[in-house]
Design a protein around this ligand. Sequence first.
Ligand SMILES: Nc1nc2c(ncn2[C@@H]2O[C@H](COP(=O)(O)OP(=O)(O)OP(=O)(O)O)[C@@H](O)[C@H]2O)c(=O)[nH]1
Ligand SMILES: [Zn+2]
Ligand SMILES: [Zn+2]
Length: 290
Amino acid sequence: MCTTCGCGEGETKIEGHALHEHEHTHADGTTHSHPHDHAHAHGHGGDHDHAHPHPFHEHHAYRPHPAEHDHGRTVRLEMDILAKNNAYAVQNRERLASRGVLALNLVSSPGSGKTTLLVKTIEALRGKVPVAVIEGDQQTSVDAERIRATGAPAVQINTGKGCHLDAHMVGHALEQLPLEPGGVLMIENVGNLVCPAAFDLGEAGKVVILSVTEGEDKPLKYPDMFRAARLLLINKIDLLPHVDFDIEKAIGHARRVNPLIEVMRVSAKTGEGMAAWLAWIEKGAAAVRA
Ligand SMILES: Nc1nc2c(ncn2[C@@H]2O[C@H](COP(=O)(O)OP(=O)(O)OP(=O)(O)O)[C@@H](O)[C@H]2O)c(=O)[nH]1
Ligand SMILES: [Zn+2]
Ligand SMILES: [Zn+2]
């Protein structure tokens, strides 16, 4: 996981502002402010560790090889980070449930077509299901602008060096988004099939997007992600005649790591297969509203 990959917790920005630049209040009423980011527990459960002047990750970023680590310590740090994340995920999930909002976490490699798919999805659901979007990217707000052009509200999270969204960032982004009852929150994660698998954001489900230009062995190479996902969307099927992608083999590989995964074939470009995806979303939103 990312305790060894050098990603930085201290560089997160939401709509251009550092995560803890301002005083803010969490869903459970905890209020705090920090002049700069550091690893801390926010008092949920009482285990503050403000002793760290900078992110855990920075301690590791310049080590030449993970084998130099004390492995017991690495495992403890990972468990600590995930335990804190999971506490925030619980808060996010309660908040979304209380508003009757279905949240989906879209994960994939870079360039699989997530933003294009989101734009087309929002346009198709217009007038039926309100959609709000959290956009995760390392540096730019290009994707959030593409979403806002559809008229849907979007908040951009920039993770800097960070390779995934975590539940704390998503909780703060939620403070800035209108969440309509019966609506859908789409979270476009950072393009990365590794780290986002480990972080529960409080979503109802992860949707993994694999495009036909990527190779059918991805599910075997990144099994954690395909195991964590509820639905596999195979995108860019309009390109199938032009690429060496065995779609049945890809589905077989996905089912080998996750026998329960649902699979849909779509083209965000031509609209082929989109009806099944839209129906799946509407069914999910109705179930949350009920
Ligand atoms: N042929 C084809 N191209 C597609 C399809 N969906 C997306 N694309 C193209 O794929 C490229 C990447 O699409 P994006 O929507 O930006 O992908 P993304 O997953 O949001 O990318 P990152 O946010 O950078 O990870 C663009 O050139 C899209 O036009 C599709 O169904 N068919
Ligand atoms: Zn995108
Ligand atoms: Zn906070």
